[in-house]
Design a binder for this molecule. Structure first.
Ligand SMILES: Nc1ncnc2c1ncn2[C@@H]1O[C@H](COP(=O)(O)OP(=O)(O)OP(=O)(O)O)[C@@H](O)[C@H]1O
Ligand SMILES: [Mg+2]
Length: 271
């Protein structure tokens, strides 16, 4: 099925994805799908393979094994069709730092071949929503981390993509902007788009996602709705954090580390 020019199908179907870097297996036989109108959260600790997975979906890295389909298109075989349908907010700001946001958005609109009136109208709504006016003509290099993140989010949304792929999207956003982004995501879902986002912040996943896939060392260790994940670990009190730590088997390790730290701090105090 991969590689056929279908242009429909589910927002994401990832099948048995593997990505190696030399001997390192960053993603290890990962399968999941994102349904139309669904927010799917990839949750996992640092180094779990979230960014590597996101990059394979966006066509920035090719899988060592397995396949990805984005609305029926394979990012390796049909990169243009996939890029037209995806709005990507990458983990690192791939922004042209010597440009101002105005120049950067003009550049994005021209690469995306957007009609000027369409781009202008969308841009003005986003800039108002994120209160970005005062930074519009300043070099991106001079902006704060959170403001750069807003520029990155707007650039990803500008062409009205069907699928949003957000790698740690709330990183650096203040409470108001995080709220605006959440509202934009809800609005995006109204036209049956899909959203994939990665996070290691559990509360974010809990509040935003329809389904969550917990990954660790490149493997899916648990998948389901928040409710289902809670059920999976009945003995745990009910916070997703405990479920998450248990799934990646860090609960005892974290407890031991915290205990060791507590003892060491106590020691230091006595001296
Ligand atoms: N280009 C690369 N070359 C070698 N190893 C890599 C490369 N990219 C990622 N890795 C390794 O693959 C593993 C997964 O990395 P990845 O960036 O996908 O994790 P992540 O889940 O996004 O982590 P974080 O929460 O810190 O962003 C890590 O061990 C990382 O060191
Ligand atoms: Mg990452």
């Amino acid at each position: 099925m991969s590689g056929r020019l279908k242009g429909n199908g589910e927002p994401i179907i990832a099948k048995n994805l593997v990505r190696k870097f030399g001997d390192k297996v960053a993603v290890d036989d990962l399968s999941f799908h994102v349904k139309p109108g669904e927010v799917y959260g990839l949750l996992g600790p640092n180094g779990a393979g979230k960014t590597t997975t996101v990059k394979m979906i966006a066509g920035l890295l090719s899988p060592t094994e397995g396949s990805v389909e984005v609305f029926g298109f394979d990012p390796v075989i049909n990169p243009i069709e996939v890029k037209q349908r995806i709005g990507l907010v990458p983990e690192d700001h791939i922004l042209y730092k010597s440009l101002t946001p105005r120049e950067f958005f003009d550049f994005v609109a021209s690469v995306r071949r957007l009609k000027p009136a369409f781009a202008k109208q969308r841009l003005s709504s986003f800039v108002d929503a994120f209160e970005l006016e005062e930074y519009f003509d300043k070099p991106i290099a001079a902006l704060s981390h959170g403001t750069k993140q807003k520029v990155s989010v707007i650039a990803a949304l500008l062409h009205e993509p069907q699928l949003l792929v957000l790698d740690e999207p709330l990183s650096g956003l203040d409470a108001r902007s995080a709220r605006v982004l959440k509202d934009i995501l809800n609005f995006h879902l109204e036209n049956e788009g899909g959203i994939l986002f990665s996070s290691h912040i559990l509360e974010v996943a809990e509040s935003l996602c329809d389904r969550i896939g917990i990954i660790d060392e490149g493997r899916m260790v648990a998948e389901g709705t928040v409710k289902e994940l809670r059920k999976m670990v009945k003995s745990v009190g009910g916070s997703l954090e405990e479920v998450f730590l248990r799934a990646v088997q860090q609960d005892t390790e974290v407890a031991a580390t915290v205990e060791a730290l507590r003892r060491s701090l106590k020691e230091t105090r006595r001296r």
